[in-house]
Write a protein that binds this ligand. Structure first.
Ligand SMILES: Cc1cc2nc3c(=O)[nH]c(=O)nc-3n(C[C@H](O)[C@H](O)[C@H](O)COP(=O)(O)OP(=O)(O)OC[C@H]3O[C@@H](n4cnc5c(N)ncnc54)[C@H](O)[C@@H]3O)c2cc1C
Length: 303
């Protein structure tokens, strides 16, 4: 039996809401709307299934990639030769105990922000305008307006490549600017967050204010993956790109946003190749004119 048959046997004749598809277009699962097919796409809804895939990966050396909402992802035009996993079901849990929140890695950040606000809990207001999942936010240490997701974390739950759960402390997770040490595990499965009691109306107002400021200063209408580059120490990547006159620059179907220089838009059926060519063009230009290296924030899959 090949790995595909073994994977298929996980869902066949079982009463599971998990979805398994072979040769599935990944463009459907990322905000750029770009990318070739995955050999297998598996929306995993139980911890047993996830543990099985972890062991399959190790035993058969099948490439496995975990994705969240695909909001910080550029997928290769050639797609991905292994299994792409997205978390659902068991991984969408969201439980409140006073100011503590147990949250699964599959929960979307906007949902977490809204429900926290309705409980009068403050801390995650900044995340209403970040269209990722908790898993992606933990891996990337997503943030805005001076707040980062890692700041809220008390513990992180991960799965190892043996399919075993491990609970990590905040310090074990090694959060830094748009980075964590969590990539060394097979999958991030959830976290315990500590929020602060506040007034529900005030929390709601702050959350909406931050959201409104975001949608008026960043492009939301066109397909994109958020900020393309990390801000180099002491600089704003968007400002550097703007000062180099690159706003509106276009390669193939990809364009540097005219609203915010750090966003690349898929305006007209852009390929991953178009986006990466534009990335290299921007990096060369900014290095030559300003002497600054721009490091990509958007993560690559299948390259
Ligand atoms: C319009 C827009 C606005 C944005 N604004 C912001 C912002 O203000 N601040 C900010 O920080 N980001 C922003 N982003 C980027 C993005 O939303 C965040 O980085 C988000 O945290 C990514 O989450 P995701 O679930 O989409 O992860 P994905 O993009 O799916 O994945 C990102 C990386 O995390 C890995 N990963 C995801 N889930 C798991 C998991 N459970 N276990 C292991 N690895 C995993 C993936 O393999 C990949 O390497 C924005 C994006 C868009 C499109």
């Amino acid at each position: 039996m090949g790995w595909k048959e073994e994977l298929a046997s996980l869902t066949q004749n079982r009463n599971t809401p998990s979805k398994l598809r072979f040769d599935e277009p990944l463009s459907k699962y990322n905000y750029f709307g770009i990318g070739g097919n995955a050999a297998a796409y598996f929306e995993v809804s139980t911890t047993d299934e996830l543990a099985h895939v972890a062991r399959l990966k190790k035993r058969r050396s099948v490439p496995v990639a975990i994705i969240g909402r695909g909001s910080n992802l550029l997928v290769s035009d050639a797609g991905y030769p292994g299994i792409v996993i997205r978390l659902s079901g068991d991984f969408n849990r969201l439980e409140f105990d006073r100011n503590r929140v147990e949250v699964g890695a599959g929960v979307s950040l906007p949902r977490l922000s809204k429900i926290a606000a309705s409980h009068g809990l403050s801390g995650v207001e900044f995340a209403l305008g970040i269209p990722g999942s908790v898993g992606g936010a933990l891996i990337m240490n997503a943030g805005a307006w001076g707040s980062s997701f890692g700041d809220l974390v008390e513990r992180v739950q991960v799965m190892t490549d043996k399919g075993e759960f491990v609970n990590l402390s905040h310090d074990d997770a090694q959060f830094s600017y748009r980075h964590s040490g969590l990539r060394s595990y097979f999958c991030v499965t959830g976290a315990t967050l500590t929020l602060t009691h506040g007034d529900a109306g005030e929390v709601e107002n702050l959350m909406q204010d931050l959201y409104n400021q975001k949608i008026t200063s960043q492009p939301f209408a066109e397909e994109n993956a958020g900020c393309m580059f990390k801000n180099p120490s002491g600089h704003s990547a968007g400002k550097l790109i703007d000062e180099c006159g690159l706003k509106g620059h276009r390669i193939g179907g990809a364009e540097v946003s005219k609203i915010h220089g750090n966003f690349i838009l898929n305006l007209n059926s852009a390929t991953a190749h178009d986006v990466l060519s534009l990335v290299r063009h921007i990096q060369d230009h900014v290095k030559r004119e300003r002497g600054v290296d721009l490091e990509m924030e958007v993560q690559l899959l299948g390259f």
